[in-house]
Design a protein around this ligand. Structure first.
Ligand code: TYD
Ligand code: MG
Length: 471
């Protein structure tokens, strides 16, 4: 088969060569050169040599107000958690990239969803990694029912494109994009050039015939290999499927979404017969029994609020410099909170090890968790029990002051729904309108000392400087 001319482009400096090099001769970067088909260049040349510019000019653009609005008829993925992350369902003709570590459950999720979607429309599942028999066995394990699901075990891009064109399915799933091979390119399957070319060829065809396309992509440990990172700008939606492989629940997150909000979160549980939806996730991340060193926060993930336990363990250190570890929280936030507690409340934490963990392997990125972290630390350090049914929400400033957080009404409503009795949060959060609807004991506080005294029911000795600060 004759090969099409390829061009090699450095991703760092944009230098172009006709030959592949491991190191860019222009900028000196290693492994930054990718292979691309040169056809676009040829086309452009052809166009520019024609005399089309001499023809009478008619406008190609039109006023935005005269454009007809089309209603997006979204397809349902068969799972409300999946639909939520997609922004309310799958948009016809959209390109969705599902990334995640190998073995996390991407194929399981998409095969289950494909089976559900195939009840109403035709769906093509292209398995480039597993044989048709393997997929069929998995489908049986997932208790797949009668549906219009087509299966193709193929790695050759040409054949996959031909099948897509012949079947014209409403939805197609490519599992995975790294395993597809464009024979016109010399790079191995999974190389950056191959992945990009395969994805853009699939995208063109899918947009033409209004097929929604799911691409599965693996992420390596370094996040380096040709995969989701290279494709992120090409696709409409980027979802990541993550979770602790040793725990059963899995989190589906929207990292980019042209048709909905990002940071939306869908929660699933991996069971013996596939993934099931978790509709009341707070149950997973909460321990209803009051324990020393545990504080609860209502965290927001996209439009969803989740009650999550934060656990701290403080013990005298035997090391030259104390150990600090944080699981599910950024370590720098922990350092900052410990510094505030030491400076303004006089706790001698510099001679103590500090371990912090978010229950259930969840990651809480928002600063609204600061108050709960500080309370968990003090609770463990002083051996004080935080009364059951308390939630703490608030961002901690370096001066010990508490800052208002976003979406407070939703957070408090979720706390009430879950049966919490009291909430401690920063003053100035604009809650006055909400109050009548809430059946919670509300405590608006302005600084960390005040919050700790209310939360732990003590009168902690507050540093003089600090007291002056809030007079
Ligand atoms: P898989 O979907 O193959 O992962 P990926 O496509 O992301 O590489 O799922 C891998 C794991 O899920 C595998 O270790 C087995 C487990 N699993 C279950 O626990 N229950 C099930 O019903 C299925 C199908 C898989
Ligand atoms: Mg797989």
């Amino acid at each position: 088969m004759s090969r099409i001319a390829s061009i090699y482009i450095c991703q760092s400096c944009g230098a172009q060569t006709r030959q592949f090099f491991g190191k860019c001769s222009n900028c000196g970067d290693w492994n930054s050169i990718i292979e691309q088909v040169d056809s676009s260049l040829n086309n452009r040349r052809k166009k520019s040599s024609s005399n089309s510019w001499k023809e009478p000019i008619s406008l190609l653009s039109e006023p935005i107000t005269s454009l007809k609005e089309t209603v997006l008829d979204r397809l349902t993925s068969g799972y409300s958690e999946f639909d939520r992350v997609l922004g309310g369902g799958l948009v016809p003709g959209s390109l969705v990239l599902v990334g995640g570590d190998p073995g996390i459950g991407k194929s399981t999720l998409l095969l289950q969803s494909a089976t559900a979607m195939a009840v109403k429309q035709s769906v093509l599942y292209v398995s480039a990694e597993e044989s048709a028999q393997q997929v069929r066995l998995r489908w049986k394990r997932l208790k797949g029912s009668e549906s219009n699901l087509h299966l193709l075990a193929e790695t050759n891009l040409e054949l996959v494109l031909r099948e897509l064109e012949a079947l014209k399915p409403a939805v197609a799933i490519i599992d995975s994009i790294q395993a597809l091979n464009n024979e016109n390119l010399s790079g191995a399957p999974g190389s950056v050039g191959q992945v990009k070319e395969c994805a853009s060829a699939l995208q063109q065809l899918a947009k033409q015939q209004n097929t929604s396309l799911f691409l599965v992509g693996h992420v390596t440990k370094e996040g380096m290999l040709a995969g989701p990172k290279v494709l992120e700008h090409l696709v409409d939606v980027v979802l990541t499927f993550e979770g602790d492989r040793h725990a059963s629940h899995r989190l589906l997150r929207a990292v980019k979404n042209r048709y909905g909000a990002t940071h939306e979160l869908g929660i699933f549980e991996m069971e013996g017969d596939g993934l099931s939806e978790v509709t009341n996730p707070s149950e997973i991340f909460l321990n209803r029994k009051a324990t020393v060193g545990v504080a609860t926060i209502v965290a927001c993930e996209g439009s969803r609020c989740l009650a999550v336990d934060l656990q701290a363990l403080i013990s005298a250190t035997t090391y030259a410099s104390p150990r600090r570890t944080a699981t599910g929280i950024e370590i720098n936030r922990l350092h900052q909170i410990l510094a505030v507690l030491e400076k303004h409340l006089g706790f001698s934490l510099s001679r103590h090890d500090c371990y912090l963990a978010v229950a259930g392997g969840l990651t809480v990125e928002e600063p609204a968790a600061d108050l709960a972290i500080a309370t968990a630390v003090v609770s463990s350090h002083k051996g004080l029990l935080l009364p059951q049914g308390t939630v703490l929400i608030g961002e901690l400033g370096l001066g010990g002051q508490l800052r208002p957080v976003s979406q407070l009404p939703q957070r408090l409503q979720e706390a009430q729904r879950l049966g919490f009795e009291r909430a401690i949060f920063p003053s100035g959060s604009g809650l006055t309108k909400m109050k009548p609807e809430l059946n919670l004991e509300l405590h608006e506080v302005s600084n960390i000392g005040e919050a700790l005294n209310i939360a732990l029911g003590v009168n902690l000795d507050i540093d003089e400087n600090y007291r002056n600060l809030f007079k």
